[in-house]
Design a binder for this molecule. Structure first.
Ligand code: ZN
Length: 458
């Protein structure tokens, strides 16, 4: 039962209605709209986005002191109809502005029908916290898009799910896992199979043993953790026999991991691109594997260094407008990620695509000639060389790259030479490398994300 109409029929057959189950009713109604809107043409989507944006801009002009002065200074009159040109003349909103001027950005009033306001915090790599106010409607949209993702990938809701994430408490009791199920949004609409969980802090060898015992059909985790699990599997740990899909979230997915999963057998990766500030940004297409931008919720622009839109195949900065956040207007917000624009999708959906999410500028390696490149992280199996628990590369200067290893014993000279070769392949240049060793887990960013490559070269 993976089709929306089956879910709706089943929901209604249980005597559930908009009166006795309003959240599910609203969710079903949004999902029904999304069934249509995903097939609209790109032009039609853009036109509808600008109509919605006009409502947001007028609201922000009235109730957000920051945006009133921003529109005034740019000579923009939000009461006039917006065009693609006038929209792109709005200055970008930086993370620094969002952090330092949040009190001026927040709206003094929020339309009643958007529901109660709550705040979410996101912390960057240097620990600076951004607080974004959101509404119940934003939450409902998140639920609907997360459910759309399940439906696109025709998940078997009766199957077992395993989750390994940063702050998840252990959930290992079968009765409890069955009682809680997959959680929202799925359990708002239907009965699901059990969902088990472990915190990311669990040792990878223990994770592999636990997964073999739980034997989930689906695993939800971060790409860096999946990479560590793949290393175990490639060296003989038992792959859970039922595992057929790994859903990755939270960090940049490097294509090398997809390749390694395919080599293990029938395991596919389905990646999601999201952020705390704006929710689900792009979801992987079930047909092509491209990432479809969630245009009903956001305007996503990919801009080059001159601020011009990138064409398919080009990589640029991701700039996002949240069309439905009437508590904290995020208008042309520079989210600091980079992405490659994708082609029109062969599946026929009009939702524009991204071919790849690249990560942050600081995740690019800088070559001696000053050019920046994305290193091929995740493509190589470093545990071939030794029992490396965790690794991270830090580029301190053009001539100094430190490879940090979490390992019980330092490498031998021969192992260092072998690892140097693999790291240079991944970096794409014969950099001089130095190794440092530690027995403790490497630090994560404030948001619990782990970055395998960081360049400190400006
Ligand atoms: Zn598609």
């Amino acid at each position: 039962m993976t089709k929306l109409h089956d879910i709706k029929d089943n929901w209604a057959a249980q005597g559930r209605t908009a009166n006795n189950d309003p959240v599910a009713a609203n969710l079903l109604s949004l999902l029904t709209q999304f069934e249509d809107s995903q097939w609209w043409s790109a032009q039609e989507l853009q036109q509808k986005q600008l109509v919605q944006f006009a409502l947001l801009a007028a609201h922000a002009y009235r109730h957000s002191p920051f945006f009133r002065s921003r529109f005034d200074q740019a000579g923009l009159d939000p009461s006039r109809a917006w065009t693609a040109d006038s929209f792109t003349s709005i200055p970008l909103l930086t993370r620094a502005e969002l952090m330092q001027q949040a009190d001026h950005i927040y709206c003094r009033k929020v339309p009643q029908q958007h529901g109660a306001v709550h705040k979410v915090q996101t912390s960057g790599s240097t620990g600076q916290v951004v607080t974004v106010a959101k509404t119940e409607f934003n939450q409902l949209l998140w639920l609907a898009l997360a459910m759309r993702e399940h439906l696109w990938h025709e998940r078997d809701f009766a199957a077992t799910l395993a989750v390994i994430k940063a702050l998840t408490p252990t959930l290992d009791d079968p009765a409890e896992a069955a009682r809680l199920g997959w959680g929202h949004p799925a359990t708002l609409l239907l009965q699901t199979g059990p969902s088990y969980a472990q915190p990311l802090a669990m040792d990878v060898a223990q994770q592999a043993a636990w997964l073999a015992r739980i034997d989930p059909k689906y695993l939800l985790t971060y790409p860096s953790n999946l990479g560590a699990l793949l290393d175990r599997y490639e060296h003989g740990d038992a792959v859970p026999p039922s595992l057929c899909q790994v859903r990755t979230v939270g960090e940049t997915l490097h294509p090398g991991l997809r390749e390694r999963c395919r080599k293990l057998g029938r395991i596919e990766i389905v990646d999601m691109y999201s952020s705390q500030e704006v929710g689900l940004i792009a979801l992987q297409c079930p047909v092509s594997g491209l990432y479809h931008i969630q245009s009903e919720s956001l305007i996503v622009e990919i801009l080059d260094d001159d601020g011009k839109p990138c064409r398919p195949g080009e990589t640029g900065r991701v700039v996002i407008t949240d069309l439905h956040n009437f508590a904290t207007p995020l208008i042309r917000y520079e989210i600091r990620d980079y992405a490659e624009v994708g082609p029109v999708c062969p599946c026929g959906r009009g939702l524009p695509t991204l071919a790849r999410i690249m990560g942050r500028r600081r995740n690019m390696v800088v070559f001696p000639d000053g050019k920046r490149h994305w290193p091929l992280i995740g493509a190589h199996s470093y545990r071939e060389v030794a029992d490396i628990r965790q690794y991270q590369a830090i580029q301190h200067s053009l001539e100094d790259i430190e490879i940090r290893l979490v390992i019980d014993e330092p490498l031998s000279k021969m192992q260092e030479a072998r690892l140097t070769e693999l790291a240079r392949q991944a970096l794409g240049h014969p950099f001089p490398l130095r190794f440092s060793y530690s027995k403790d887990e490497l630090p994560k960013t404030g948001g619990g994300k782990f970055e395998e490559f960081i360049s400190l070269v400006r």
